[in-house]
Design a protein around this ligand. Structure first.
Ligand code: GLU
Length: 423
């Protein structure tokens, strides 16, 4: 029997980043100590160890989590990550960010996140399904359409969401589509969800361009991470006229000052071919990619990428955070000192959860929308959030991250006060 142990290292920083960001907002809002203590911690944390029968007949025990940070504004919402570096602390940080993300874009949700310590690429399809169905069963005691609604994140996708939906539906004896979002359209998913995070980033970049008098046409974009968020953002921005001069995956980066052909790179990457071997540009390291001169840098890979060590090297004018928590608090200070504007993750990558919310609403109503309606509503919700944050930042002379956190934390505190402390 093999016990898979999480490697705690990167998560320590994610949680420290999340708590530092919260503490800064709490200070600005002058929150009382009791409220701070409540919001600094996660409300409910479920750790599970569960067996999965592998193809060779052996049994392997996996570790997984589902953490709900706060439920003051509605049911918990947030993705589910399959990665060998997942740890409880990382999931706590990600759950916390989901609370603020839902609040800053004004969705009636609290924040949650889940994870399983596993490299999904090492599993067969059957093993992946067994693991997913057993994990879903283990966390079924706290998830549900009114309780907590998982969605895809790193290492998970629509197929995995369909298995979770089916597992919970089998337990309940009827189809329960609203228990997860990011499902395939054929089983209660919504049109537009797959591209939603990347499309939200496009809308934010468009607003940012207008605000700063940069035409998107011919502007330069660098994207770290070529998964569902980074690749779609690169593709949509290129279609909107921007020049995507560099992209990367975990193998390395590809650079072409004339602009990369994103559609052909996406086709190349379909079979998981590494960008370090792709044609069409020069090969760089991820660190070199982060220091390229460009209008927009979109970190859309992992947390903790822009740190005290490399923040000084960033030469982009704007950072639009596609990943959750890609910038540490120390890096934020360095970037601000260097005049780099950061649109924080909880606004910039909120397109995914916004369209998840639309999916959930459609599931609860058994009534489905046209894709144009999904995209128009996404545009409305994310640009309003961006403008609220930008206005608050300008009025108070603070960064957009500080403004976003103030708005988000303020809304959660307001809901908490109105509901009161039970009993
Ligand atoms: N995993 C995505 C995020 O980090 C989406 C969450 C959701 O749709 O619930 O925002």
């Amino acid at each position: 029997m093999v016990i898979t142990q999480p490697q705690a290292q990167p998560a320590v920083d994610a949680l420290r980043t999340a708590i530092t960001q919260f503490d800064n907002a709490a200070e600005r809002l002058n929150l009382e100590e009791g409220t701070r203590a409540m919001l600094r911690r996660c409300k409910r944390e479920l750790s599970v160890h569960f067996p999965v029968r592998m193809n060779d007949g052996s049994i392997r025990v996996f570790e997984g989590y589902r953490v709900q940070h706060n439920l003051a504004r509605g049911p918990a919402k947030g993705g589910l990550r399959y990665n060998s570096n997942v740890s409880l602390d990382e999931v706590r940080a990600l759950a916390m960010w989901m609370t603020w993300k839902s609040a800053v874009v004004n969705l009636p949700y609290g924040g949650a996140k889940g994870g399983v310590v596993v490299d999904p690429k090492q599993l067969s399809l059957g093993e992946l399904e067994n693991l997913t169905r057993r994990y879903a069963t283990e966390i079924s005691i706290i998830i549900g359409p009114d309780e907590d609604i998982p969605a895809p994140d790193m290492g998970t996708d629509g197929r995995i969401m369909a298995w979770i939906m089916d597992t919970i539906s089998m337990h309940r004896g009827h189809t329960t589509a609203g228990v997860v979002t990011g499902k395939p359209v054929a089983v209660g998913g919504t049109l537009g969800r797959l591209e939603a995070t990347g499309r939200g980033i496009q809308y934010v970049v468009e607003e940012l361009s207008k605000d700063n008098g940069i035409g998107l046409e011919g502007s330069t974009v660098v994207v770290q991470g070529f998964g569902n968020v980074g690749a779609v953002a690169a593709q949509l921005l290129r279609r909107a006229g921007a020049k995507v001069i560099a992209v990367s995956d975990s193998s390395g980066a590809l650079y072409n000052g004339e602009g990369l052909n994103i559609d052909s790179l996406m086709a190349y990457q379909k079979d998981r071919a590494p960008l370090s071997q792709a044609a069409g540009g020069d090969h760089l390291t991820n660190r070199e990619l982060l220091s390229l001169r460009a209008d927009f840098l979109i970190p859309a890979a992992l947390e903790g990428q822009i740190t005290a060590e490399n923040a000084d090297e960033v030469k982009a004018r704007f950072i639009v955070e596609g990943a959750n928590g890609p910038t540490t608090p120390e890096a934020d200070a360095i970037l601000a000192g260097n005049g780099v504007t950061v649109v924080p993750d909880i606004v910039a990558n909120a397109g995914g959860v916004i369209v998840s919310y639309f999916e959930w609403v459609q599931d609860l109503q058994f009534y489905f929308w046209e894709e144009s309606e999904v995209n128009e509503r996404l545009h409305r919700v994310i640009t309003r959030a961006y403008r609220d944050v930008r206005t608050t930042a300008a009025q108070q002379g603070i960064s957009m991250r500080e403004a976003a956190m103030m708005l988000a934390v303020g809304r959660v505190v307001e809901a908490t006060k109105l509901r009161g402390i039970y009993p």
